[in-house]
Each structure stands twice: as C-alpha cells, then as structure tokens.
Design a binder for this molecule. Sequence first.
Ligand SMILES: *Cc1c(COP(=O)(O)O)cnc(C)c1O
Length: 437
Amino acid sequence: MSDNDIDPVSPRMAPKRKIPEVGGRPLKPSTLMMGHGFDPTLSEGSLKAPIFLTSTFAFPSAADGKRHFEGITGKRPGGADGLVYSRFNAPNQEILEDRLAVWDGAEEALSFSSGMTAIAVLLLAACKAGDVIVHSGPLYAASEGFIAKTMAKYGVTFIDFPAGADRAQIDEVMTKAKAMAEEQGGEVPMIYLESPGNPTNALVDIEAVREARDAHFDPDKCSIAIDNTFLGPLWQRPLDHGADLVVYSLTKYVGGHSDLVAGSVSGKKRFIDAIRMLRNTMGGICDPNTAWMLCRSLETVELRMQRAGENAEKVCDFLAKHPKVEGLGYLGMIKDARQQDIYDRHCLGAGSTFSLLLKGGEAECFRFLDALKIAKLAVSLGGTETLASHPASMTHLSVAEGRRAELGISDNLVRISIGIEDADDLIADFEQALEAV
Ligand SMILES: *Cc1c(COP(=O)(O)O)cnc(C)c1O
C-alpha cells in the first residue's frame, strides 16, 4: 500500500492522499472506506479517527503560518498545505471529503452542513448579475426556490427544460438561454440538473446535456452540475457521463440512518476551486461530529443501498400486481422507451425510492398511510427504515395546483423510500395497509 503518497499539487487545506493500489490493482471504494485518508500513527495508533474538536490549528513556526495564509488567500498557488482554521477545513471533514471523492471518481470533494448549503454555495460561486442558469425540472422544491427567488435578487435569471427532454428540446433551451444572457450582459455559467426528478422519477439524459453544452458554450466556463441524491453514489455516476460536479444531500442514502443533516459537492478541481473559496469565506462546512458519523456511514453505504434496492424490487413486484394499485413510478418498471434508454445508459440500479399510485385519491392514500405498521410516516428518504408520505398534501403542498398537475403530483400518489428491513415483513405491511384502503 502506498497510502502515504502525497499528491503535491492539489490546492487543499492539506495534501490529498492518492488512491492506494495492491498488486497493481487500484482499490475499490468499499475497501477504501475503512481507512482511506487517515493514518492511525498520527493519532496514538487509534484505529478509527478521533473526533477533532478544535476551532484552530497550531503553526510549527511563524514562517509556516505565513506560508499557510499565502496559500489560502491565493498569493501563492497551490493552496494551503496544512490545517489553519476550522471554518476552512479540519481533520474529520478532510477524511470525509477524500472518501466522498473516491465514490464518484471525482478530483475533489467538499462537505457542507446540509444539502441546501452545498447547493446554495455552488450556485453563488458560479453566478454573477446578468447570468442565466439553465436547469432541468422539476428540482427539489428548495433548490427551485433558491434559483427562482434568492438568485433573482442578485440579478440571476433561469430557464428550464423538462427532465425527459431530448437533444433537440435541450438545444432549443440552450439557444434561448444564450440570447437571454446576451441581453442581460451576462453568461450561462452553469447547467444544473437533478435526476431522477422528485416525485416522478423522470431521468435526465446527462450525455445529451453534455453534447448540447459543448455545442453552445465553452466547457471551461459553463459547468454541468447534477443533484445525485436519489441514486448516488451507487446507482448513478454522473461524472462518467459528462457532468462536472455532483451534489448530494448526504442526509439521505449516504448518511443513511436518518440521524444527521449534511451535503457535499464533488467533481472537477477547476470548478471546485471557486466553491471552496466561497465556503472558506462564508462557512457552511459540516461539523467534525457529523463528518465522523458520515465516515461511519460510508463504510456500509454499498451494503445498505444494495439491500434497500433488492427490497424495493421485491416490494414493487408485489405492489404492481395488487388490484388496488393503479401504477408505480419505479425505475425498475419504466414504461417509456426514451426513459428506458436513458436508464440503460446512465443507471446501475433502480434505487429504492418510488411513487405508488393508488386507485382513488387523498382519502384512500391517507387510509393506506395511517394503516402502515412498519413503514413510518415521514418525509426524507434513503434511511435504513422504510418511509412513506403524501407529496400533494405535504412536501409539495405549497406548489400551485396547475404546476402540481404538470409535475405529475396527483392526489393518489404516495411516495415511498424502502429501507433495509426484511422484505417479506415489508410486503406483509403493505398488504395489510392496502386491505384498509
Ligand atoms: C433532501 C434533498 C435536498 C436537500 O438536502 P438537505 O440535506 O435537506 O439540505 C436536495 N436535493 C434532494 C434531491 C433532496 O432529496
């Protein structure tokens, strides 16, 4: 193992560790999650990383202190080469960031105190007044609101295309975006995607977006970012399909135990640099305790997601045949040829979050939800436990009725996130709850 090999050019708070190899074989993420980025000999031999509760770091000498600050402020290229202050970075967060980068095959990763902090800092770092953001729709409601309302206050506008759009439709929106930007004296600095969309599970063709971006804009100045919360890091690897940046709410599958809130951005260094600079200024990095919990979560993320995915497949097989079920929005049962084509090119698994359409409306959904004994009634997803909710009256209540219909959020739609319980127990629970409808 060459775990101590240091990458000398990476402008991070501390030098990044290279991915170790054994017998010429680069180690897989599931192996690396147990120790990558942490050297026990630097912490009294402690096998697991201690939680470093400190706001600041002692410099070996005044000259070292100066050197660190020259790196952080950009006076010297290459960034800081040691830890300085915990708003910039700290040991637990650096270990977490090294490990997050491994999963997505990213050059670098940054951790944040929530998914929304990651998204907000990402967008603020990319845009200036006059700019236009192109985004897929629908987005997570808070992301859509941040772009449409908060960014608008700073003179940034947006234009969107529907998640399932083909190359011609995407091209049309890119052309409009370019014209808007020219008129406003700005540029198009980012194409922001979310795939699959919530709650319809409509997939975005990342490869088509990349081709369209390359045709209309300078790929060095216009990044493609994607919220990969629903399928990452196991079931979709957007950087392999042309995305530059991947965003996560780590609160969901990565954290996976419904006991923390955090977020991240990983991807190409040339785009990460500006986000890191803004995070250094604003704060928003996750805290050491949360970073430690996330490192623990990452050791089992593959196991948990595999099991949840298998459970979801079994549960959906049962639900699809039930007479009280009108349909399922599950990526393992796509009915549309274009969506299936995107799935086949982009996805490695169908996930465990889907929509269940019951015959009836709100009353039937409420009877079903109230009868559940194992599945808990809560929003969020990707935890070890199965959750169910009613988007039309909960997460999407504030969305105008017309827009709700456009997004396919009908009154008979129940959103389900399958956990890692026993699949037959879950099926028994859904069976008795359907009985009560
Ligand atoms: C939950 C979620 C977010 C927001 O993340 P927080 O950690 O709650 O801030 C963003 N995008 C998607 C797709 C989500 O599911």
